[in-house]
Design a protein around this ligand. Sequence first.
Ligand SMILES: [Zn+2]
Length: 351
Amino acid sequence: MPNASVGSGSILEEFGRAVWDEAGFVADSREWGLYEVLEPDGTLKMVTFDAEIAQERRDVEFISYGSQALLALQEKVRCWGKTDTTLIMPEALQVPGDLNDKIRSLAHLAKCRPQEVRETRFGWGASVLFRFHVTYQTADMIEELLDVLIDLSTLADITTLLGPLDRAPVAGWDDRVPPLSLLPIHTADEAYWRAVTVASARIQTRRLTIAKDYGTQQADELAQSQHYYETTLRGLERQLQTAADDTRRARVRQKILATQAEWAHRQEDIQRAYTVTCEVVLDQARLFWTPTLRVFAHALQRTDVRPIHFDWYPWARTWAPAVCSKCHEAASTLYYGAAGWHCGCQVESAG
Ligand SMILES: [Zn+2]
């Protein structure tokens, strides 16, 4: 029996190439059976579907049925849905004026002298747009798309900058882009979980709004069923009073009990129908590479120098929010702690 995992042109190879296309991987076949693959998160690796090549080349990852590499590939596609990478290049990279004033207005550093700029440097920052498909189920089905934009450097929620990002000029990889170094970034997984946290809070708010919107409709339905069952029960009570004999009375009593049980069921059904449940699926993720001005500053805490940095987005002509390094939420006052600047959410007190 031929081994389908061996040799170029196998079913597995076709599958792999289709998956790369779908997931936004850039795959280049350098030589027969050998691929250089650039993943959306920036990982670059050499892979092959050919067992012989895999034996000859130890630096090449072998993808075969059941291999870790294939499982990882499937997992990535499952987790990320459709992915896509975009390079943003604003017309000009200019350093804004009055830097000291600007960075002081971004965050107050507790127990420190006002921060001062030491150095500025442009680098490549990145952000990921996560598009979730959310289905709310109540008396009706409501389908919505939920966008969350996460800065990969700080894990800040910068969804409000989606407009400027959409309007920013897109560059091709071969365009004359300045050779900027890469700013330190978090992994795609960390960004994903951060996006899930941000999305969950928004979905919870939306659920409450939907529940409120349908509250009147639900109250109407409950009132209608109440009217119906009360009328029915009153009729049965009259029948009970005017019943000719015991057999007839017993039958009516049974009917009353059955009607009461039915009413209770109907109430439960209405409550259940109006409970807002929801299902969330990641529909697609887009990675944006964006030039970012990193402003390195420091602040004096008594005689200790505390370094801090702030980011300016030239493509949005705005500053990145100052965020807590622990919970990644935006904060206007930051405290210096063992793990860096935080919003007050860290257990240990400000030093
Ligand atoms: Zn925090």
